[in-house]
Design a protein around this ligand. Structure first.
Ligand SMILES: NC(=O)c1ccc[n+]([C@@H]2O[C@H](COP(=O)([O-])OP(=O)(O)OC[C@H]3O[C@@H](n4cnc5c(N)ncnc54)[C@H](OP(=O)(O)O)[C@@H]3O)[C@@H](O)[C@H]2O)c1
Length: 347
């Protein structure tokens, strides 16, 4: 049983009834979410927009619909996977939070290719996926971190874990995932080379990059410098080319980016490429992650909170839009050059 709530009447939320264009999304009044026994109802103050929200809104590539989001239409009609806000009520099994607490975290029990309900005035979130919002970190900043941070931590484990003195190259370091990977690598003592476009290089230096490479001017695979880890977000070079910039024992990890449909891979997306890398990993040690457990999302948010508290992750917010301007926020994310995350603010 949840404690009494101030929002038992309708609330405003972004609603997606089918896969299609972000322009089809509407702001509408809906019933507030129920609060499960292990859930916390959060009054949303900020939520973040990122490329995976685009995937779920458009239903592209098609294969991602099989990952839990819903085959013909989204199972949860309210998008959004990252939230920061104020606890409004808690379920009977919740022990760590009380109404009034300031929290941030991921909203979906499933994965980032499902709608998590964050683009609304209120969202119910499993207690385990939330952490207290650190003092000195705004709601907007906190909401920018959870899912990108999870992807970064997930791919900096096992054989790709960074040790002091390692040379790490982050390709696409100016984006949501890359900017956090850069900072986690720095916190672990690496010397980091950050690759991105001209206008983001100052930002990358300010986040701690030891060296920056402008991809519009220089090809990092042809600089004659070898790295212990390449953390590759855009995946715009072949594995063969990337191996030129890896030490013999170095590791390569691909995150991948569909360029908001520009890759043209509408059915299977990057899956064939990932499967190819998995097959090659049997023969190429540089692709092997080694034995390691996958961090849970609960572990991830606790770890990210520690980084935020310690100041080893500085969130970067490009811009903030009210929920009612979601379409414009999408347009900005897809068409413009961002300096950090696009955030939606509520209330
Ligand atoms: N962010 C999240 O919360 C999240 C969560 C889960 C999964 N993912 C997935 O992770 C992937 C990356 O997401 P993201 O949020 O980091 O994307 P992003 O914010 O769009 O970042 C991609 C970065 O790569 C840069 N880039 C583009 N072409 C490049 C090139 N040729 N060489 C070097 N850098 C280049 C982009 O710069 P330009 O501005 O020049 O294009 C941008 O800074 C996506 O596939 C996404 O679906 C993201």
């Amino acid at each position: 049983m949840a404690e009494p709530s101030s929002v038992d009447q309708a609330m405003k939320a972004i609603v997606q009834t089918r896969y299609g264009s972000p322009d089809d999304l509407v702001l509408r009044e809906v019933d507030p979410p129920e609060v499960g026994d292990d859930e916390v109802r959060v009054r949303v103050r900020a939520a973040s927009l990122h490329p995976d929200v685009w995937h779920v809104v458009t239903g592209q590539p098609w294969v991602l619909r099989l990952m839990g989001g819903g085959i013909f239409r989204p199972r949860n009609p309210i998008p959004g996977t990252d939230v920061a806000g104020v606890v409004e009520s808690v379920g009977s099994e919740v022990t760590r939070f009380r109404p009034g607490d300031l929290v941030f975290g991921e909203t979906s029990r499933s994965n980032e290719w499902t709608n998590g309900g964050a683009f609304a005035e209120c969202v119910s979130v499993p207690e385990a996926l939330l952490a207290p919002k650190p003092d000195g970190v705004s709601f907007e900043e906190a909401a920018s971190v959870p899912t990108s941070g999870y992807i970064a931590l997930l791919n900096l484990r096992g054989g790709t874990v960074v040790r002091p003195g390692d040379r790490v190259l982050v390709n696409g370091a100016g984006g949501g995932v890359g900017a956090i990977a850069l900072q986690i690598a720095k916190a672990r003592g690496a010397r980091v080379t950050a690759v991105d476009t001209t206008g983001k290089l100052d930002m990358l230096r300010s986040l701690g990059a030891d060296e920056v490479v402008d991809y519009t001017e220089e090809d990092f695979t042809r600089r004659g410098v070898r790295h212990d880890l390449i953390f590759d977000v855009p995946g715009n070079h072949s594995l063969r080319a990337c191996r030129r910039a890896l030490t013999a024992e170095g590791k390569y990890v691909l995150i991948g980016h569909e360029g908001f449909g520009a890759s043209g891979k509408r059915i299977f997306g990057l899956f064939p490429r990932f499967i190819g890398l998995i097959v090659r990993s049997f023969f190429t040690g540089q692709l092997r992650m080694g034995r390691s457990s996958i961090p849970s999302r609960a572990e991830s948010i606790a770890n990210l909170r520690e980084h935020l508290e310690a100041g080893t992750i500085t969130p970067v917010v490009d811009s903030a839009y009210p929920l009612a301007e979601l379409r414009e926020a999408f347009r900005h994310m897809i068409e413009d050059e961002l300096r950090g995350k696009v955030i939606l603010t509520v209330g």
